[in-house]
Design a protein around this ligand. Structure first.
Ligand code: MN
Ligand code: MN
Length: 296
């Protein structure tokens, strides 16, 4: 990897890690979603990073894609709270997440995803098959007596590309891709006491540019332009649009853009059986000595 690019991955990773820990410190019973999301997003900008996606704050049976909505009223409740942070420098991304137990004894579930991530990162080296590492993630979580989430995976990272190329599953697969030097991956084991699968809920707060489509309404056109330009085709939240788009037309415009596939939507994902979910995530650059960019 070119030195310039490596530097950008390192900087993005470091800012993501600092923001993750900053957000983590704030998480406690009764603290508002808005405060944690807003201040963590501000922190990323203060540290000189750009948001690769909205700060995700997912509680208990919610696995991913939850964040503060417009006029968000929710507060953090006891249980397992996941905070997932993405930062980019010129498109080079650091993606990291952790789970905070709030007034709960459910710490083993947190340990299961953390241990799975630790073991997986220990195996990272050029030439190893993803399937070997995925199997280790699965067996580690199962040894704790829990299930990995089979339809949430880690992923490759590329410039302005949050889910590049290859997936990095949390269960045994036939995937025979072999890691090579310079590959960048986000590894993110999810563990649950439920079925081991997430399903889409009917709430969506996060979207991403998908395709150039003709749209008649002025607001919809403006959103699509921001999705492509300001947000660099990376995921953005509805909340990020409130200063630019009339609140009255915002939901309608987003629905319209999504229905014609101009935008891609990320519905809030919840455990199929209502199980509690934990998550641990780091970004790693593959090399003779693998480099975890999101570890402080
Ligand atoms: Mn993430
Ligand atoms: Mn990720």
């Amino acid at each position: 990897m070119e030195e310039e690019i490596l530097k950008k991955y390192r900087k993005a990773g470091k800012i993501a890690a600092k923001a993750r820990d900053f957000g983590k410190e704030m998480i406690d019973e009764g603290v508002s979603y808005e405060k944690v999301v807003d201040q963590t997003e501000k922190k990323i900008k203060e540290l000189g990073g750009k948001l690769a996606f909205p700060v995700n704050l997912s509680m208990n049976e919610v696995g991913a894609h939850d964040t503060a909505d417009i006029n968000e009223k929710r507060n953090i409740e006891p249980g397992l709270i996941k905070i997932d942070v993405g930062v980019h420098i010129d498109g080079y991304i650091g993606d990291t997440a952790t789970t905070v137990p709030v007034k709960t004894k459910n710490k083993e579930l947190v340990e299961a995803s953390e241990k799975a991530l630790e073991k997986a990162l220990d195996m990272i080296k050029p030439g190893i098959k993803i399937s070997e590492i995925s199997s280790r993630i699965e067996s580690t979580i199962k040894d704790f007596g829990y299930n990995p989430i089979r339809n949430l995976t880690g992923h490759g990272l590329g410039q302005y590309d949050l889910h590049a190329k290859t997936k990095f599953p949390n269960i045994e697969t036939e995937l025979d891709y072999k890691l090579k030097e310079g590959d960048v991956f986000a590894l993110e084991p999810f563990a649950t006491d439920g079925a081991g699968k997430v399903i889409e809920s009917n709430r969506t707060m996060i979207f991403k540019w998908n395709d150039e489509k003709p749209v008649r309404s002025r607001e919809a056109r403006k959103i699509l332009k921001m999705a492509k330009g300001k947000f660099n085709k990376l995921p953005f939240s509805k909340r990020w649009l409130v200063n630019d788009i009339s609140k009255l037309r915002l939901n309608m415009s987003l629905r319209q853009l999504e229905s014609i596939n101009a935008l891609y939507k990320y519905p809030v994902l919840r455990e199929a059986e209502g199980g509690i979910i934990s998550q641990a995530e780091h970004t790693v650059i593959v090399g003779k000595d693998p480099e975890i960019t999101t570890m402080l």
